[in-house]
Design a protein around this ligand. Structure first.
Ligand code: HEC
Ligand code: HEC
Length: 195
């Protein structure tokens, strides 16, 4: 009797496990749950929510961990990131890193500001954010062609210290602002001017 129960219990557990492993969502399915806000395959078409397409694995994993641990200021992502395990975050990171970098070319910008911003970027930012900040190899997020309002708020967060930045970036940001007190606005317009 006892044996039979154990056996059927084992069998049931085995079945349950195999059902669970079948139900474990694929990276692509996980990515779908982000698409409502971040666009199909992470290619955002709005100006407020950043693209995930082409973000490096390291960048995305670090960002999700910081959101999950309330280490990065956010309106929305803190709550969302708490719903995912390390493994799920890793497989989403692999999925989004495999998508081509997306450039949002339909954003409004001021031409004169964008030209000033481009010069500032080349002088103070390009060393770490190469090709206007569109090379995933930099492991530093994506700038040119990313959602312009997100860029604006992100630069403001860095500037007032609500998001921490690498020491050398802080130094370059200070230099850029010393050179041009409208640096953040001009840079934002440059990143929004991608064609
Ligand atoms: C309800 C809308 C919404 C959904 C769904 C959503 N996000 Fe976000 N995401 C945002 C917003 C808004 C931001 C900007 C930070 C903030 O305020 O939360 C953001 C920022 C991010 C960033 C930072 C990008 C950068 O360049 O720094 C990452 C990474 C990210 N989300 C990953 C994901 C992943 C992965 C999913 C799916 C599991 C997801 N998001 C689902 C709205 C959303
Ligand atoms: C010494 C290298 C370095 C320099 C110089 C630098 N950055 Fe960064 N930047 C980084 C790194 C690394 C990250 C990623 C930090 C993180 O993951 O939180 C980053 C992140 C960013 C982000 C966030 C991207 C995103 O998707 O959320 C923005 C915006 C940014 N930098 C703008 C600038 C601007 C503007 C300048 C020039 C004034 C600049 N950076 C100079 C290294 C640098």
């Amino acid at each position: 009797m006892r044996n039979t129960i154990t056996k059927s219990a084992l069998l049931a557990t085995g079945l349950l496990l195999s059902v669970q492993s079948l139900a474990e969502p694929t990276a692509e399915a996980l990515g779908y749950t982000c698409a409502g806000c971040h666009g199909t395959n992470g290619a955002s078409t709005g100006n407020a929510i950043p693209s995930l397409a082409g973000l490096s694995e390291g960048y995305l994993i670090n960002a999700m961990n910081e959101y999950r641990d309330d280490g990065r200021l956010s309106q929305i992502m803190g709550r969302i990131a708490k719903g995912y395990t390390d493994d799920q975050i890793e497989s989403m990171a692999t999925f989004f890193a495999a998508q081509p970098v997306h450039s949002n070319i339909n954003q409004q910008f001021d031409d004169a500001k964008a030209r000033k911003g481009e010069k500032l970027h080349k002088k103070y930012c390009e060393s770490c954010h190469t090709a206007g900040g569109t090379d995933p190899e930099d492991d530093a997020g994506l700038l040119s062609g990313n959602a312009v309002l997100f860029m604006k708020y992100t630069l403001a967060d860095f500037h007032d210290g609500s998001r921490s930045m690498p020491k050398r970036m802080n130094k370059m940001m200070k230099k850029a602002l010393k050179k041009d007190s409208n640096a953040l606005d001009n840079l934002t317009n440059y990143y929004g001017s991608a064609k």
